[in-house]
Write a protein that binds this ligand. Structure first.
Ligand code: G6P
Length: 593
């Protein structure tokens, strides 16, 4: 969600900026732009839509620009138009800036600047920063002081990179809460929202701290905080980046669904060896000593956390689960010794980061399950467990969900020292392989039958309800068909009013404890004319069931049954000609609150 790249002194500025923006496209965006500085002249190019649209309007360059900044924008303030696209220039053209984040007090600042005569051309909060810098510069005639005074009045989150017209030898930055990294090379410096655009050119990174600012040049980096120059260290560790490659698949989503089995096998290798779990002893001690586990996450990761909470509930541990954006405003610290578990595929979700900051302010230990080594959450939490799912490109998360649930199963079983989890996960892998090879064709047939539906309902109880929530989210994310997940028992408390002739209802039954009640639910919706499709495990199946999945442990059914749901959403999206990997209005990594 908004990506930034910049370079100074680099041998091919245009290709670094364009390729870098493409590397960041997993963050989601709806327009892209860049600025090249040739010393005295700054050229700006902007395009709505893909980075390729931007690339297409840049003319052949006879000179390599000495520095450049690029940006992919995911619209928050103002529509995705060329005018709102970054970079933005201050009114008199002194500052050309790109920004990722949200300036909360931008309206108030805008009014103040307007009353001083500043004119605005866009609806963005970023233009407010460019004019603030300019206003401060007119006052101070000093770029660093202008940055300090600008940062002092901004509230919210931002990562800003800018070119100052009066100083063509430096590229400036300032950062609070939104991620920004610097990369140093031989006579060049780079800056980007994460390391992915830089890995091909350097392995020397600086992870910028909040409230830091400064500049890069071809052979120097200077970082400041509160008016003082601060020391920094390069991290040499190359980040965990896997090459983006469709490998013959038509879409990343399909590729990623079919990687689930491999991801689970990898997790077993990473966290279990020679008859022992490999979780950090300090982590296990902190879990044991805690009297309440609080799960916090967003979207798909939140759905995985519901399953994780059930695992610990079953073990007698008291738990609660929260949507991060809710917890952010109503934080709760239950028990005498709470322990927090955050889940985030990207490790960069702003709402979750906000919660982590609050939890840390209270000195409460926390763990994150994430797919991104070196991400903000991975660095910020006391403990971290990697999902080892490899790069997930498709905006709709699939293999990361499976990895989150499988890793929580490993953790909960390690907590109770139940090693049979390995055998259970092995069995689960076999069942998923069977779905991949033998059952997805049947799912395709259901998708064909339901592709023109206006609404599709998912029904389940217990683990099947948790999974249905994810099934429903996946469907609406990529097909734009309205969908709801309903807990079987809640049906008659409202949602059944929505069932009429031929309403599609997909029922999951994998739990013997709730199977009979689910069969009763099927009768209830059928009596109102619903068209019912069932996903059922072998021992609970009968002749009328639509898809019968091999037997496996019920606690792992969210991992297994979600594969069916992912295929279903995928096929419905493809049959409707949707942009499967980049659904409208959504971003892979939501870095604004
Ligand atoms: C966005 C993505 C979802 C994801 C959610 C949480 O909304 O589109 O696929 O589940 O963010 O992301 P996280 O990286 O924190 O798991």
């Amino acid at each position: 969600m908004c990506g930034i790249v910049g370079s100074i002194g680099f041998k091919n500025t245009k290709s670094f900026i364009i390729d870098g923006l493409k590397d960041l496209d997993y963050r989601g965006y709806d327009s892209a732009g860049l600025a090249f500085s040739f010393g005295k002249r700054i050229n700006i190019y902007k395009a709505v839509g893909s980075v390729s649209n931007l690339e297409a309007i840049i003319p052949e360059l006879s000179l390599n620009p000495y520095m450049g900044v690029g940006h992919t924008r995911w619209a928050t303030h103002g529509k995705p138009t060329e005018i709102n696209c970054h970079p933005h220039q201050s009114m008199h053209g002194l500052f050309t800036i790109v920004c990722n984040g949200v300036v909360e007090n931008y309206l108030q600042l805008k009014q103040q600047l307007q009353s001083k005569g500043f004119k605005f051309v866009s609806d963005t909060d970023t233009e407010v920063i460019s004019n603030l810098l300019e206003d401060r510069y007119f006052e101070t005639r000093n770029i660093m002081r202008s940055i300090e005074e600008t940062m002092a009045v901004l509230t919210g989150s931002f990562a800003v990179v800018f070119i100052a017209d009066m100083d063509p030898k430096h590229l400036y930055f300032m950062k609070r809460h939104s991620p920004l990294m610097i990369g140093r090379g031989d006579h060049f410096s780079l800056v980007a929202s994460d390391a992915s655009p830089m890995v091909r050119y350097t392995d020397k990174y600086i992870d910028l701290e909040d409230d830091s600012y400064g500049f890069i040049s071809n052979d120097d980096v200077e970082i400041f905080k509160n008016g003082e120059k601060i020391p920094f260290q390069f991290t040499k560790k190359s980040p965990d980046i896997t090459v983006k490659d469709l490998n013959g698949y038509p879409h990343y989503m399909l590729k990623e669904i079919e990687e689930i089995e491999r991801v689970i096998r990898r997790l077993m290798v990473e966290y279990y060896d020679k008859g022992e779990f490999l979780f950090d002893h300090e982590l296990m001690r902190a879990l044991t000593e805690s009297d309440h586990i609080v799960f916090v996450a967003c979207g798909t990761s939140y759905h995985a956390s519901l399953v994780g909470a059930r695992y610990f509930d079953i073990l007698g541990k008291s738990t609660s689960t929260h949507i991060a954006s809710e917890f952010a405003y109503y934080p709760q610290f239950p028990g005498r010794k709470p322990f927090f578990i955050f889940l985030s595929q990207s490790g960069e979700t702003a709402d979750v980061i906000h919660c982590m900051t609050t939890v840390k302010e209270h000195n409460i230990p926390c763990l994150v399950l994430t797919n991104k080594k070196g991400s903000t959450l991975e660095r910020g939490c006391d403990f971290s467990l990697l999902l080892h799912a490899g790069l997930e490109v498709s905006v709709a998360s699939t293999k990361a969900y499976a990895a989150e649930v499988a890793l929580l199963a490993l953790l909960a079983n390690a907590y109770s020292n139940r090693k049979e989890v390995i055998r259970d996960l092995e069995e689960c892998c076999g069942v998923i392989a069977d779905i991949d090879q033998n059952l997805k064709g049947k799912v395709h047939e259901i998708a064909e039958e339901l592709k023109h539906s206006k609404d599709i309902y998912f029904l389940g109880r217990g683990f099947d309800y948790d999974m249905s929530l994810e099934a429903s989210l996946k469907l609406k994310e990529i097909t734009y068909i309205h969908s709801e997940a309903v807990a079987g028992g809640e049906l008659k408390h409202g949602p059944i009013a929505l069932i009429s002739q031929d309403t599609p209802v997909i029922v999951t039954i994998s739990d013997n404890v709730t199977a009979l009640s689910m069969r009763a639910n099927i009768q209830e919706v059928k009596a109102r004319g619903a068209k019912v499709f069932t996903f059922v495990t072998e021992p609970l199946a009968n002749d009328t069931d639509t898809i019968v999945v091999k037997n496996h442990k019920r606690y792992l059914s969210p991992v297994v049954m979600s594969s069916l749901a992912f295929y279903f959403a995928y096929y419905v999206a493809v049959l409707n000609d949707r942009n499967v990997d980049k659904p409208r209005n959504l971003a892979k990594s939501v870095t604004v609150e």
